[in-house]
Structures are given as structure tokens and as C-alpha cells.
Design a protein around this ligand. Structure first.
Ligand code: TDO
Length: 185
């Protein structure tokens, strides 16, 4: 597997080695050994899957410490634009976001450490989104930041008319008012 650094420390793109043959393809979508060998979190405890239609934006979501989650995301159908926002106090890139196209065809994965808000937009007719977390879901620790915070100015790569956004996601605070308790380590 290939690990590609992004401009934000700790935020990584993972490219699995794909074995293609006349039957189709095979790849290891996750190997705890290979992750541990590369100094990455490997003790994931929860797997999630969602389906969303074109134009949907989910996010930006995070869980406060000590329930913060490392996420390893991939897409098994369709294409998304996946975005992570650095919320680690003291990070040289605090408040900056980075996005990557993740699709069933490019098979890229996005490794998002604790201390980031996360969201994605769906660029294909629909997308099936699959991700691992290293902490369990904890609704009391769940927080969000508005996907359209002008201070972040995220380009979701969608035309003006968006798809469905959850009622919950429409009313998150902007980053300036968000409750955050992460440190850059
Ligand atoms: C995230 C989550 C939700 N749920 C429930 C709560 C709710 O009734 C229903 C739908 O939840 P949501 O609307 O929060 O789902 P969704 O908007 O897809 O939430 C996800 O968004 C992406 C961007 C992330 O980064 C994830 O960590 C997660 O927050 O599923 C669980 O039971 N377990 C979970 O782990």
C-alpha cells in the first residue's frame, strides 16, 4: 500500500495495491499489520456504511475527546469529495481543510486522525460510503461545524443547487463558535 502525505500533518491518503486479472480485481481494503508497521492507528472498533444521492453533503462532524475518532474512509460505489478540517489547537494548519476525490474506481482511502471535522459531498448519481472508526459512536460527544462556514469556504465541487442536507447539519455552529477540545501532538 502507498501512503501519500497531504499538506496537513497526520492527514493521509492511502492507495491500496490492486491486483487486477481477467476475473476482476482483488485488494486488501485494510490490514492491521500494515497499518501498525507504518505507525498508523490499527485498532478500529466500528465499521459504518451510508448511501447518499448526488448533491448530498454530510458533515462536518467530529466527536470531542476523549471520544474522538480516527476514521479510515473509502467508497465502494460512486464518487465523493471527502474533506477534513484541522481542529487541533496549536496545529500550524488549524482551521485549514483538505479535500480528496475518493471513488470506487480510484480505490483511494482517506486516513483522518482524531482532531479533525469530516464531511463529504456526493459527485456521482449515488455513493456508498464505508468507513472504520477507532472509537464507538457517542451521541453526547457528537459535534458539528457548518459545511458552509464562510471562514472555511469549502469548495464542495457541486453546483449551487445542492442535494439534501440533514436538519442537524444545517444548524451546526461556525468554526469560531464551535466547541473543540483537541490538541496538536
Ligand atoms: C454516526 C452514527 C449515527 N448513528 C445513527 C444516528 C442517526 O439516527 C442516524 C444518522 O446519523 P447521522 O445523520 O449523524 O449520519 P451521518 O450524517 O452519515 O454521520 C456521519 O457523517 C460523516 C460525515 C462522518 O464523519 C461520520 O463520523 C458520521 O458523523 O444514525 C448511529 O447509530 N451510529 C453512528 O455511528
Amino acid at each position: 500500500m502507498k501512503i501519500i502525505e497531504t499538506p496537513i500533518t497526520g492527514l493521509l491518503i492511502i492507495e491500496p495495491r490492486v491486483f487486477a486479472d481477467e476475473r476482476g480485481y482483488f485488494f486488501e481494503s485494510f490490514s492491521a499489520t500494515k497499518f501498525a508497521e507504518n505507525g498508523l492507528i490499527s485498532d478500529f472498533v466500528q465499521d459504518n456504511e451510508s448511501k447518499s444521492h448526488y448533491g448530498v453533503i454530510r458533515g462536518l462532524h467530529y466527536q470531542l475527546a476523549p471520544y474522538a475518532q480516527t476514521k479510515l474512509i473509502r467508497v465502494v460505489r460512486g464518487t465523493v469529495y471527502d474533506v477534513a478540517v484541522d481542529l487541533r489547537a496549536g496545529s500550524p494548519t488549524f482551521g485549514r481543510w483538505y479535500g480528496v476525490i475518493v471513488s470506487a474506481s480510484n480505490k483511494r482511502q482517506f486516513y483522518i486522525p482524531k482532531g479533525f471535522a469530516h464531511g463529504f459531498s456526493v459527485l456521482s448519481e449515488y455513493a456508498i460510503f464505508s468507513y472504520k472508526c477507532d472509537e464507538f459512536y457517542n451521541p453526547k460527544a457528537e459535534r458539528g461545524i457548518r459545511f458552509d462556514d464562510p471562514a472555511l469556504n469549502i469548495d464542495w465541487r457541486l453546483p449551487a443547487e445542492l442535494g439534501v442536507i440533514s436538519e442537524k447539519d444545517k444548524i451546526h455552529p461556525f468554526l469560531a463558535d464551535a466547541e473543540i477540545n483537541f490538541k496538536f501532538e
